[in-house]
Design a protein. Structure first.
Length: 114
């Protein structure tokens, strides 16, 4: 399984950005898909996940601002990010997990400027 993330770049504080991650290879709708991020000088942290049955969870820091969505037919998971703040600057990684199998995308940098 390979994950390809896209959509990173420069965004304005208060603005929006959208990330997309497409999975290739053998992936099915029993996978939990998610987005993580690593902010400068910090360890990688969970941003949002969507589990089978569309069970969604968010980090407190993004709840109400970010929306995660998945399309099983297209093997992709998107992250809509609104009301961005400088603290959202990070490398964002998508992840697919099923039982003890985990796959990571390559990361895409989102830089939020004032």
């Amino acid at each position: 399984v390979q994950l390809q993330a896209s959509g990173g770049g420069l965004a304005q504080a208060g603005g929006s950005a959208r990330l997309s991650c497409v999975a290739s290879g053998s992936i099915h709708n029993l996978y939990t898909l998610g987005w993580f991020r690593q902010r400068p000088g910090k360890s990688r942290e969970l941003v949002a996940t969507v589990a089978p049955g569309n069970i969604i969870s968010y980090a407190d820091s993004v709840r109400g601002r970010f929306i995660i969505s998945r399309d099983n037919a297209k093997n992709n998971v998107d992250l809509q990010m609104d009301t961005l703040s400088l603290e959202d600057t990070a490398v964002y990684y998508c992840k697919a997990r099923y039982t003890f199998y985990s796959f990571w995308g390559q990361g895409t940098l989102v830089t939020v400027s004032s």
